[in-house]
Design a protein around this ligand. Structure first.
Ligand SMILES: [Zn+2]
Length: 143
């Protein structure tokens, strides 16, 4: 059984873990955040021509975040960040460009190389970053 948050996003989809043995059950306050995040992801999906969005990571419990080497204060811990691809639309760079050109309010949009990270931390700084192949991040998107 799945719990639908919005038309195209389920709670299970936004709180999955491929790491066996790690509890990734979101607490109630995180579920509330995930509902708002799903609403924002509906907007992302619309920006991307309503192509299906494939989520690789949403909420991460502290244990899961440690296991995947996530940033200690990652927005994934609050259920306010999503890592995804939209294969029907194009590359992670093309997806980032489309979101950056839209009026969507986000906190961070990161072109991670093989996926896109978007977060809706209430600070909504509109920060756009690109992961460097050698490590670290630079401001902006590749030309
Ligand atoms: Zn992420």
């Amino acid at each position: 059984m799945t719990t639908r948050l919005t038309a195209h996003f389920a709670l299970e989809e936004l709180s999955t873990t491929l790491h066996r043995g790690i509890d990734n059950t979101p607490p109630p306050d995180v579920v509330a955040n995930l509902r708002r995040t799903a609403e924002q992801m509906e907007r992302v999906r619309a920006i991307l021509g309503d192509h299906p969005v494939t989520v690789s990571s949403g909420y991460r419990s502290p244990a899961l975040n440690r296991a995947v080497g996530g940033a200690p204060r990652s927005a994934h811990l609050q259920g306010q960040a999503v890592d995804f691809n939209c294969y029907g639309f194009g590359s992670s760079l093309a997806v980032c460009r489309a979101i950056a050109a839209s009026d969507l309010a986000f906190d961070q949009l990161i072109e991670e190389g093989n996926w896109v990270h978007v977060s809706f931390d209430p600070r909504l700084r509109g920060q756009i970053l690109t992961k460097r192949p050698g490590g670290g991040y630079i401001l902006g998107l590749r030309a």
